[in-house]
Design a protein around this ligand. Structure first.
Ligand SMILES: [Zn+2]
Length: 479
């Protein structure tokens, strides 16, 4: 492994380890962007005063999606943009609104969870799990703020059944009743409940009407205590939360030559990280935007794994609204910009699996560490077409980064990405691509360590050269 590809792989490991939820992934990207001089702007405010040619900015929505961009010094509304999209979410188990459960015989504390996205749920058994997310908490001054929470200790576990008690050939289970974490033994909670009840009574004794049961009644008080402690507030000031479970085992380099990455959430924090670093590197130099006539932009969306149709998903107005605000001078500038732009929709792809080669189309078997994979699908489950492939190949040639191609077998099901929906909403040329990995949607996936640098270099070169390359690739024009 070269020292440079090792550096990118290690930087990615710290990013993914700090980002168990989309909220944390956005925060991790924000930290990198701020360090590189990007300025935070808000959708709630007008931008006329704060967004200038030559500037670098980012904006978040719901704390779980983020758009960052650099404006060319020669930018004019109506010019094209180099866009790159990815997603911040991964399949996970989420704590239910009322999660407090006791095992039927009363011996175990259990926590009710809901499945989020299409996880390979059998991989969540026997892992050392904890919780992370965001809590809405009340500060002493009365304001209510959102706090990022990440509890590092393994406090939860979903136990498998001993083989002696059920010799199943294939492992099957009920997702409601058997994918059910334990949080310890009930005896501990019983002692705790007494103390907690007094505080619950206290907060109820002011005669306040309570439209919902207290958080400490809906969830195990010890879980609320942990969250309150992490947020630096009292338990009664935790008003609500969105928490998911994550594996406390850290992501690491693996393989006999450190050529692999063993990690949770490779899909799609690999692309989120590479997008952030690619953009930063492309405009890291102070003069980098001097000759730029376009805008270089990344958008990292939450909710891809559940169909993207939310206020901050790729199917929302988040990206169109930002593009419109940046190109709103003339009546048709927004539409002109869309048609001169390109979107790289970046999401992880499937590496060939050595034990299941027959599952892959024989001429399209991507391999790890051999570069990003362009995904093609005749039925537009991926948005790639020829002009997109040509431009990507030109960029890859300049970057010295190898590329691979993927199509799914005709007799196989196919995934999809944010590419088709964004290209339909924007009318912008789109390419679907991403690094390849094994075990997508497992709690512990495997990716290629060298591919992190491949993607960063490719993205950086795309941003650096899009405005020059775009006018040369002609469609819908008479020549
Ligand atoms: Zn994905």
């Amino acid at each position: 492994m070269t020292s440079s590809s090792r550096k990118y792989a290690l930087e990615f490991l710290s990013y993914v380890n700090a980002s168990p939820t989309p909220f944390h992934a956005v925060e991790s990207s924000k930290q990198l962007l701020k360090k590189a001089g990007f300025i935070e702007i808000k959708e709630r405010e007008p931008w006329a005063q704060c967004v200038e040619n030559g500037g670098r900015y980012f904006v978040t929505r719901n704390g779980s999606s983020i758009i960052a961009f650099g404006v060319g010094k020669k930018w004019k509304p109506g010019n094209g943009m180099a866009l790159l999209g990815a997603h911040t979410d991964s399949p996970a188990l989420r704590i239910k609104p009322v999660s407090k459960k006791f095992a039927e015989n009363g011996s175990f504390l259990q926590v009710g969870v809901e499945t989020y996205g299409g996880g390979l749920w059998h991989t969540w058994f026997d892992r050392d799990l904890s919780i992370a997310g965001r809590a809405m908490v009340r500060h002493s001054n009365g304001s209510i703020v959102s706090k990022l929470i990440k509890i590092d200790q393994p406090i939860l576990r979903i136990p498998t059944l001993a083989i002696h008690l059920d010799r199943q050939e294939t492992f099957t289970f009920n997702k409601e009743t058997q994918l059910f974490p334990i949080a310890g033994l009930a005896a501990a909670e019983l002692n705790k409940t007494a103390a907690d009840n007094s505080s619950a009574e206290k907060s109820g004794s002011d005669g306040d009407f309570k439209p919902l049961a207290l958080m400490t009644d809906r969830h195990h008080p010890m879980i609320i205590d942990r969250i309150a402690k992490a947020a630096g507030v009292n338990a009664e000031d935790v008003l609500d939360f969105e928490m998911i479970l994550y594996d406390t085992q850290e992501s690491v380099l693996g393989g006999i030559n450190d050529e692999l990455i063993f990690s949770q959430r490779l899909d799609n924090l690999t692309m989120s990280f590479c997008a952030t670093v690619g953009l930063i590197e492309s405009i890291g130099d102070e003069k980098a935007l001097d000759e730029e006539s376009g805008i270089r932009l990344i958008s990292l969306f939450d909710h891809e794994e559940i169909g993207s149709q939310t206020a901050q998903g790729a199917d929302s107005n988040f990206l169109p609204a930002i593009i419109r605000r940046l190109s709103s001078d003339a009546a048709t500038a927004f539409e002109e910009t869309l048609i001169k732009s390109m979107l790289w929709s970046c999401d992880m792809a499937h590496s060939v699996h050595p034990n299941y080669p027959a599952k892959y189309e024989s001429s399209h078997r991507p391999e790890m560490n051999k570069g990003p994979v362009i995904k093609v699908n005749a039925n537009a489950r991926y948005a790639t077409n020829s002009p997109g492939i040509v431009l990507t190949t030109e960029v890859a040639k300049m970057a010295g980064v190898p590329l691979q191609l993927f199509v799914v077998r005709n007799d196989s099901s196919c995934g999809s990405t944010i590419g088709p929906m964004l290209s339909a909403a924007l009318g912008t040329r789109t390419v679907d691509m991403g690094n390849c990995q094994l075990s997508m949607h497992s709690i512990r996936e495997t990716g290629g360590a060298h591919d992190v640098e491949h993607a960063v270099k490719l993205f950086k070169t795309y941003f650096n050269n899009f405005s020059q390359l775009e006018p040369k690739i002609l469609v819908d024009s008479t020549t």
